[in-house]
Design a protein around this ligand. Structure first.
Ligand code: ACO
Length: 319
C-alpha cells in the first residue's frame, strides 16, 4: 500500500476576524467563539484556487523530496475547482509540470480521506509509485454572506500530501448517506433556454443542528471502526486529526471515545471549516510542528456534505 512522504498547505493571506464579521451580520465574537471555537478564518481576495492548490502541491512535493515528473497520479478533492473542465487536478498537473493522469473527486469535507482510499486502490493494483493528493475548497465563493448561521463557520484553504509505496495505511472506511435536505450547495447556473426549472442561488444551505448531530455520532463511530479494523485499541492512538468544523464536535468526540482531548489536533480557531482542506491542513501543521513522531498511530476523520464520512488509521513513518 502506501506511506505519506510529505505534506503541504496553502491558505490565503487575508485574516477575517469575528469582529469584522460582526459588522456584516448580527453576530458577535463571544457567540462565535463559544458555539464554534472559531476566532478567525482566511478568505481569498487576490488568490485563486489554482494558485492555492499549486502552492500546497509544491509544498508537499518539496517536503517529500519528490519531483513532479515522478508522479504517477494526481487526485484533487474539491467541490468546485477553477473550471468545470479541465478538472482542478489537470490544472495542477500543468502548473507543476507533471505528466501523469489526473482527476477530481467531490466528497465535500470528507474529500481528502476519499482521495486516500482511491489512491489505496491504485497501490493495490500496483499501478502507481508516487501519488499527489491536493484537497482544497474556496467556500467564501459559495457562502451566503447574509446568513449568520452559516457565514461565520467557513474559511478558504487546503492541503496536500505526497504518497509513496509503504505499509502505513492500516485501515480506511468511507460512508455516504445520500441527503440533500440538511446540507446543499446548488450549482446556480444553467445556460439552457429549454430547461423548465427555476435557477437557484449558488450558496450554501445547512441545517446546522442536523449536521451537528450527524457529525458527533460519525466522529466517534467512524474513528472506533477504523481503529478496530486496524487491529488496534483506542489507547494505541497517539494523535487524532479530526475535521475542523466546530470545537464542540471535537470535544464531544474526545469524550465519547475516552481518548484524551490533548491527543486531538485542533486549529479550527484559525481557519474555521475549510471543507476538504481541513484535515490535510491540520495534518501538515501537526507534522511540521514536530507533534507527529516516527511510529505514531494517527486516526483521521472527516464528515460533511453528501452526507459523507471518511476515517482512516495510519502509521507515521516520516522522520
Ligand atoms: N451569531 C449569533 N447568534 C446566532 C448565530 C450567529 N452567528 N447563528 C445562529 N445564532 C442564533 C440562532 O438564531 C439561535 O437563536 P434562537 O435560539 O433565538 O433561535 C441560537 O443562536 C442558537 O442557534 P443554534 O443553531 O441552535 O446554535 P448551535 O449551538 O446549534 O450552533 C452551529 C450552530 C454552529 C451551526 C452548529 O449546529 C454546528 O456546528 N453544526 C455543524 C456544522 C458542520 O459541522 N458542518 C460540516 C459540514 S459543512 C460542509 O461539508 C461544507
Amino acid at each position: 500500500m502506501f506511506s505519506i512522504l510529505g505534506t503541504g498547505k496553502a491558505v490565503p493571506d487575508y485574516v477575517m476576524t469575528n469582529d469584522e464579521l460582526s459588522t456584516m451580520v448580527e453576530t458577535n465574537d463571544e457567540w462565535i467563539r463559544t458555539r464554534t471555537g472559531i476566532e478567525e478564518r482566511r478568505i481569498c481576495k487576490s488568490e485563486t484556487i489554482t494558485e492555492l492548490t499549486v502552492k500546497a502541491a509544491n509544498a508537499a512535493l518539496e517536503n517529500a523530496g519528490v519531483a513532479p515528473e515522478e508522479l504517477d497520479l494526481i487526485i484533487c478533492s474539491t467541490m468546485r475547482g477553477e473550471n468545470l473542465t479541465p478538472s482542478q487536478a489537470c490544472v495542477i498537473q500543468k502548473e507543476i509540470g507533471a505528466s501523469c493522469p489526473a482527476f477530481d473527486v467531490n466528497a465535500a469535507c470528507s474529500g481528502f480521506i476519499y482521495a486516500l482510499d482511491i489512491a489505496a486502490g491504485y497501490y493495490a493494483r500496483k499501478k502507481v509509485k508516487k501519488v499527489l493528493i491536493v484537497s482544497m475548497d474556496n467556500l467564501s465563493n459559495i457562502t451566503d454572506w447574509t446568513d449568520r448561521s452559516t457565514c461565520v463557520l467557513f474559511g478558504d484553504g487546503g492541503g496536500a500530501a505526497v504518497l509513496g509505496e509503504g505499509d502505513d495505511l492500516l485501515a480506511i472506511n468511507l460512508t455516504a448517506e445520500g441527503n440533500d435536505t440538511v446540507l446543499r450547495i446548488p450549482h446556480g447556473t444553467n445556460s439552457s433556454p429549454f430547461y423548465e426549472h427555476e435557477e437557484e442561488k449558488a450558496v450554501l444551505f445547512m441545517a446546522g443542528n442536523e449536521v451537528y448531530k450527524f457529525a458527533v455520532n460519525a466522529m466517534a463511530t467512524q474513528i472506533k471502526k477504523s481503529v478496530e479494523d486496524a487491529g488496534l485499541t483506542l489507547d494505541d492512538v497517539d494523535c487524532v486529526i479530526p475535521h475542523q468544523a466546530n470545537i464542540r464536535i471535537i470535544n464531544t468526540a474526545a469524550k465519547n471515545l475516552a481518548i484524551p482531548r490533548e491527543k486531538f489536533f485542533c486549529n479550527v480557531q484559525h481557519y474555521g471549516n475549510t471543507s476538504s482542506g481541513s484535515v490535510p491542513i491540520a495534518l501538515d501543521e501537526a507534522a511540521r510542528s514536530g507533534l507527529l513522531k516516527k511510529g505514531d498511530i494517527i486516526a483521521m476523520c472527516a464528515f460533511g456534505g453528501g452526507l459523507t464520512t471518511g476515517s482512516c488509521v495510519i502509521r507515521w513513518s516520516k522522520d
